[in-house]
Design a binder for this molecule. Sequence first.
Ligand SMILES: [Zn+2]
Length: 310
Amino acid sequence: MPVRNSAKTESVGRPANCARIVHPTTKIRPLFASTRILVRMPNEICKMCGAVRELVSSHLIGAALYDYCRNPGCSPIRVGGGRVFPTDRQTQVYLLCNDCETVLNREGETWVSPKLATMEREFPLFDLLTKRQPAWEEDNTRIYMVADNPDIEAGMLAHFAMGMFWKAGVHSWRNGDHSTKIELGPYVDPIRKWLIGKELFPKNVCLQVAVSPPERAQILFIEPYEGRRSDWRSFFVYILGVLFVIHVGRSVVNAAEYCFYQNPGHPIWISEKIDSDFEKVFLRQFRRSHKTQAFLRAKERRDQMLSRSF
Ligand SMILES: [Zn+2]
């Protein structure tokens, strides 16, 4: 069931709404590599380079990030389709050739993945970001300019985010559903060409990035979804403490100022209001969802483990 996202983000632009929180099933494989059966796929058109090649299994959210959501002895908890349940299933499909999958890994995922928030409340990206003074601060909102910080690769962060939005814009990631997960319209191909280095960052596209403090970071994913429509369209994805938003449309004319990638300072936000709004969205969805017996058993095991550890 869609939920209304109250994230009126003065800082990250437009209000979001209508989030489908998390994870449909697509092509599903066991998590454990030892049980994976390698299947040689027929040659098909790679969505990214357009060549007819053997495709490899691609994840909407990088495979390495699923382990971040795993409690000891318990599968990651998934909220979706009106239910809360533990599962090792991952959202993946045969979408790209190996070369294009390598581009996504090399240009973004490999650098970003180890810097995201963990259950142990470690958050390397936050630590790197806040080693420097913010460029602007007011009312529990801070803006950091990554261009002044040699420890943060702005291009990698942008590529990581845009890769997820693009993959959601070219495939449904749901069995039997032929529509794309999000509708990027005429922007999907310019984003593709930027991802493979053939064109500059597309016009009328604005990417924004907000990071939560470790104590507020949610250890979960929210796959790409569209927020409330206005003069332009806005899409959101939340990954382990980092919220990415893109605004697309002819009305997006000030991207050079507000866009994380196009602004030469590469601004990142840390905002109490953004964190608070996001927590309300997730809690509302969680409370509305049916708690399966499997979830309740997993929760009981986790509570027992925690009580023994003190
Ligand atoms: Zn390819």
